[in-house]
Write a protein that binds this ligand. Structure first.
Ligand SMILES: [Zn+2]
Length: 455
């Protein structure tokens, strides 16, 4: 922890005349380096050293995961604190972003500062829309001008969208936490020295208070990214104390710069809350809808499973792609007439394929009886008879008996699925996907900033 000097030379000493400020940053990273969360870490470190007091955990907001021009995770960060000099804090943020962003590569960063808390309802609505639709930079800029929000953008300034969304997203309904640990610079680009066994042990002991840390099925550690970026690992969980406890259980054999606990919308399913209208499936939109299965699902090339559904608004082609593993088996068990709710995202229509909904979760609401009619058994030899044609009766090919009065026999094929929610396995989940065990959670109460939220 950084010791705060309570001296007269420190301009941040004392609580009087301090302004509540929210600064957000986004789109600082490219596919091969940097991470907005790391710049946030550096900024927090700098602010704490100056004696700036934080009001809440840094917030990490994942936006609509289907935006094709996003960088890796589409995550924006906001910091809420009190300071006597908001302008200086803003300058510090801009300085760090311009120094550390992958400018000129793929990064198009934005820094946004607001001194209005809570934000205006229009900003809150903008943030909500950014979770499930495509929003424009122009929209973000016009809102910021209208509400006197300061901003600065670089390159194509796309980061202004995420930064404004991070200011408007208050995580009032649900939130999770992620402890992100960062690597010492000399290790960037090298293999991460994190002990897999300790991750497995931690995951088993602290689950479900931490989640998506270890894939038991594929025996794969999920907390370490693979790229050359500064993130060593990220532990997701329900409470700040729990992600810290988990972190302390992990054996790390390399120098760690430090860690920061974020409050996030990861694992909340926030991007699927809005309703998808089957008569208006705009590309990249996300949401959910109720529907009925109209054809038996099929497996296609590459092991992807396809499903056709309808509701009163229209028809939809849905897909459970190969990486969703066992989830596909559940989809394949559906039959026409089953009542379901699908949540997912709209894949753009191409010359070869119609718009397809990429299934992220499946709620089976009502299972229809699987009634089938089969040819009767021969009452002499017991073998299945064959039909002689419409109303012509049946014939046994084994003992040659013909029965003109015999009729098809009704039989009920037992269903192999149950009513309930089905989600792809952790390795196929997106940042925002709500893991299955979280559907059972009651309203949570989080601690205000714990002592060791930053190190
Ligand atoms: Zn027979």
């Amino acid at each position: 922890m950084i010791a705060l000097k309570d001296s007269p030379s420190n301009p941040e000493t004392g609580m009087d005349n301090k302004t509540l400020v929210v600064i957000a940053i986004d789109d600082t990273d490219s596919k091969n380096g940097m991470c907005t969360t790391y710049i946030a870490y550096l900024l927090v470190e700098q602010f704490l050293r100056k004696g700036i007091s934080f009001e809440d955990y840094p917030i990490l907001i994942r936006l609509n995961p289907n935006i094709p021009w996003k960088t890796r995770g589409n995550g924006a960060v906001s910091l809420k604190f009190r300071t006597k000099d908001p302008e200086k804090a803003y300058e510090d943020a801009c300085m760090l972003v311009s120094k550390y962003s992958e400018l000129g590569k793929q990064a198009n960063p934005g820094v946004v500062m607001s001194t209005i808390s809570p934000p205006n309802i229009e900003i809150i609505n903008f943030a909500e829309t950014a979770l499930s639709e495509v929003v424009s930079r122009r929209e973000a800029i016009s809102l910021m001008k209208k509400h006197n929000i300061q901003y600065r953008g670089w390159g194509k300034q796309r980061g202004l969208i995420g930064a404004l969304a991070a200011i408007g997203n208050l995580l009032h309904n649900d939130a999770t936490f992620e402890l992100l640990a960062f690597r010492s610079k000399e290790n960037w680009g090298h293999q991460r020295a994190v002990d897999n066994e300790s991750v497995k042990k931690m995951s088993r002991e602290i689950y479900p208070d931490t989640f998506n840390c270890y894939d038991e099925e594929k025996k794969r550690v999920l907390i370490t990214p693979r790229g050359p970026d500064p993130v060593l690992l990220g532990i997701r969980g329900e409470y700040p104390e729990k992600v810290l406890q988990a972190y302390r259980m992990i054996k790390i054999d390399e120098a760690v710069k430090g860690y920061l606990i974020f409050k996030t919308n990861q694992g909340t399913g926030a991007h699927l809350k809005s309703k998808l209208d089957l008569s208006d499936l705009k590309a990249y939109r996300t949401g959910h809808f109720e529907c009925t299965v109209i054809e038996p699902p099929k497996t296609g090339i590459g092991g992807h499973v396809y499903l056709k559904v309808k509701n009163k608004e229209g028809y939809a082609n849905c897909a459970a792609y190969e990486p969703t593993g066992r989830f596909r088996k559940t989809v394949l068990s559906l039959i026409p007439g089953d009542s379901i709710e699908i949540a997912g995202s709209v894949r753009k229509r191409t010359s070869k394929h119609p718009a397809t909904i990429n299934m992220e979760s499946l709620l089976i609401k009502k299972i229809t009886d699987d009634i089938r009619f089969v040819n009767p058994d021969c009452n002499i030899c017991g073998k299945r008879m064959s039909s002689k044609g419409q109303s012509q009766g049946f014939h046994c090919d084994f003992c040659n008996k013909t029965d003109r009065k015999a009729e098809k026999v009704k039989f009920e094929n037992p269903r192999t699925i149950q009513v309930g929610i089905y989600i792809p396995p952790p390795r196929a989940q997106r940042h925002l996907t709500k893991p299955k065990q979280r559907y059972l959670l009651k309203h949570k109460i989080y601690s205000p900033l714990i002592e060791h939220w930053f190190n």
